[in-house]
Design a protein around this ligand. Structure first.
Ligand code: TXA
Ligand code: MG
Length: 318
């Protein structure tokens, strides 16, 4: 088990030495290392068991620093950064050569964001390098939203977990890239598409191009529990209670033991549903059930991003 605590100086001392530390963000916990130190970046891939073709997001705490890591912000990128940083938005921008190719898997763009978490921002302000940080889960598994989730899976491989409490949003950042002046959404996430469109006008949605190695976080089977997960429009009339766990949107099923049910938001609040999604999936996965049945959620607010994760969790090997 790793040491868990809220001591920013301890986290910093490991990072400065090139070691990895799990960090809290407003989206999910990250597995962080010095993005300018190739050895540290390499160990991120190793610990996560992540293929080298899947590039990493770098995290920093100011536009001034961000400007050192990218060649330039396009007009739309600048608008988005001004509106939504710090926050759950990752921008794909032409990279400065100071960023190792290992971070970007050889691409000439780098994924960058300023996260919105007070503890992490304080840590970032205290160091003079950006943090490369994928979600702190083994590759392909459900993302962690609490320090103990990280400890359960990666605790043996990292020295320190900086505990910043439960992640407020519970969904990864929205990833936006740019081509020929158009903004393209590569991953749905914690920042709703409508909010982005309010600022820069129409965007192109391309969140499922999984054949392309640069396709962000878009490998089809991802965020997946170990148990087979089946997606239903509405989870009713299912046989075999007790051997099935249920992930429901806003109400319990009458005919099933409540211990095997999780309701994302009794009031139908999409933010609450997103906040609970990964933690509940984990709980169901750890129960003595053979499979999980999940319901699609409504398509308003964070609904599309939640459904995207459910769909990826349900894919394949089942
Ligand atoms: O909310 C988040 O974004 C969290 C927290 C820790 O910040 N991080 C996260 O990282 O979700 P990760 O590694 O699990 O997902 C990042 C995705 C990857 O799937 C990768 O394909 C994509 O971002 N990505 C990174 N750099 C890219 C680039 N230059 N071009 C296209 N996609 C990129
Ligand atoms: Mg991830």
């Amino acid at each position: 088990m790793a040491i868990t605590g809220d001591d920013i100086n301890i986290a910093k001392s490991f990072l400065v030495k090139g070691e990895l530390v799990a960090i809290p963000t407003e989206t999910v916990y990250g597995l962080a290392g010095n993005a300018l130190n190739e050895k540290a970046v390499l160990s991120i891939f190793e610990v996560k068991n992540r293929p080298a073709f899947d590039p990493l997001i770098i995290h920093t705490d100011s536009l001034e620093k961000a400007n050192q890591y990218v060649l330039k912000f396009s007009e739309k990128a600048k608008l988005l950064a001004d509106h939504f940083w710090p926050g759950p938005l990752t921008l794909l921008l032409p990279k400065n050569q100071i960023i190792p190719d290992l971070v970007t898997s050889g691409l000439d763009t780098v994924a960058i964001r300023i996260p919105k978490h007070p503890v992490l921002l304080e840590l970032l302000a205290s160091i003079d390098f950006p943090l490369a940080a994928p979600s702190a889960n083994p590759f392909g598994y459900i993302s962690p939203t609490r320090a103990d989730h990280v400890n359960a899976q990666l605790g043996d491989q990292i020295p320190y977990i900086l505990d910043g409490g439960e992640c407020e949003l519970g969904l990864e950042s929205t990833i936006v890239g740019f081509e020929n002046g158009e903004a393209i959404i590569y991953r749905l996430g914690g920042l709703e598409v409508e909010k982005i469109q309010d600022v820069i006008g129409p965007v192109i949605l391309m969140p499922h191009s999984s054949s392309d190695p640069k396709a962000p976080g878009m490998l089809k089977s991802h965020y997946a529990p170990r148990k087979p997960l089946f997606l239903e429009r509405k989870a009713v009339n299912i046989e075999s209670p007790g051997t099935t766990g249920y992930l429901l949107f806003n109400e319990y099923l009458d005919h099933v033991d409540r211990r095997y049910q999780r309701v994302l938001s009794p009031t139908g609040d999409m933010k609450e549903a997103a906040h609970n999604l990964f933690a509940f999936l984990r709980e169901l996965d750890n129960m003595p059930v053979d499979s999980i049945i999940a319901e699609w959620v409504p398509m308003n607010g964070l609904g599309p991003a939640i459904n995207d994760r459910l769909q990826r969790a349900s894919y394949l090997k089942k």
